[in-house]
Write a protein that binds this ligand. Structure first.
Ligand code: PAF
Length: 286
């Protein structure tokens, strides 16, 4: 018999399902998403299945993490495609609340994201991580997962959410999953759908540039030279604006790094109206 993933859209229905699972002694993994699912999300579902008995995938395009000038209205939505992918991946439940279910008219509480949100994305999207932290706190309270899985593509988001879970003693474990890429290196993202054919051809230069930057760091090139050269390379490739290319401590995201500690190169750059982000690991120069 063919499997079709069950979907619920009210907290009440969600709690009925999770209460049944809990009384049967099952563990739960949550994969939070904003829908328009791609192979990166599917790989998160597969990893979630290895970590828990039941997998809940939330689909909610969270308005509070978009600034008024950002792409909330045109963010890609594909309910039927998402359902088919989650059925094929054998997820157990889709949690897709409406905006009114998540944020009723009476809603007035919010979380202020911690220090990990202070710069990088936080400098360009000032309230973004408050919105992410608030919706994730709600998702964690609604689903009560044992583990939640997030892609490393949004590396700073993971750092912000680790702080949230630690600071507020939330009883779940966060798992980081490696970024899934196209064969030419472009990190999978629902926003890649915005790229024109010409922009799509330029886009892999982001990953190529930060990968090359990691190699230069490994041979001891000064950070300022690495970031200046990488910025110039992106502009030459056709990126219209580079918001940042930064080299940080991989675990704290602090700009002050110590010899021998793992580093992370994080970048955000524009191709026309589309903003791409990416990051890679780098070894610290000895
Ligand atoms: O990474 C995302 O898709 C979103 O920021 C998340 C974690 C689902 C919160 O809305």
């Amino acid at each position: 018999m063919s499997h079709s993933v069950k979907a619920v859209s009210t907290v009440r229905d969600l709690r009925h399902v999770t209460a049944d699972w809990r009384s049967a002694g099952k563990t739960i993994a949550l994969v939070p998403t904003m829908g328009a699912l791609h192979s990166g999300h599917v790989s998160l579902v597969r990893q979630a299945k290895d970590r828990a008995d039941k997998v809940v995938v939330s689909i909610f395009v969270n308005p509070t993490q978009f600034a008024p000038h950002e792409d909330l209205a045109r963010y890609p939505r594909d309910e039927a495609g998402d359902h088919a992918k989650l059925t094929a991946a054998e997820a157990d439940l889709v949690w897709s609340p409406s905006v009114e279910e998540m944020y009723p008219a009476s809603f007035s509480t919010g979380i202020k994201a911690g220090s990990a949100a202070a710069d990088l994305e936080g400098a360009f999207r000032p309230h973004h991580f408050d919105g992410v932290a608030t919706v994730c706190a709600k998702l964690f309270n609604q689903v009560t997962p044992d583990v939640a899985i997030f892609g490393e593509k949004d590396y700073q988001q993971l750092a912000v959410l680790r702080q949230l879970v630690d600071d507020l003693n939330m009883p779940l474990k966060l798992i980081a999953a490696p970024t899934v890429r196209e064969t030419d290196g472009l990190a999978l993202s629902s926003r890649n759908a915005y790229l024109s054919e010409k922009e799509r051809a330029i886009a892999p230069a982001l990953y190529a540039t930060i990968t090359d930057a990691a190699e230069k760091i490994a041979i001891g090139t000064p950070f300022s030279v690495v970031t200046t050269d990488a910025t110039a390379r992106l502009v030459k490739a056709g990126f219209t604006k580079v918001d940042y290319i930064d080299i940080r401590d991989a675990s704290t995201l602090s700009a002050s790094v110590s010899p021998g500690k793992p580093l992370r190169i994080l970048a955000a750059a524009w191709l026309g109206k589309t903003r791409l982000i990416d990051n890679v690991a780098a070894g610290s120069p000895s």
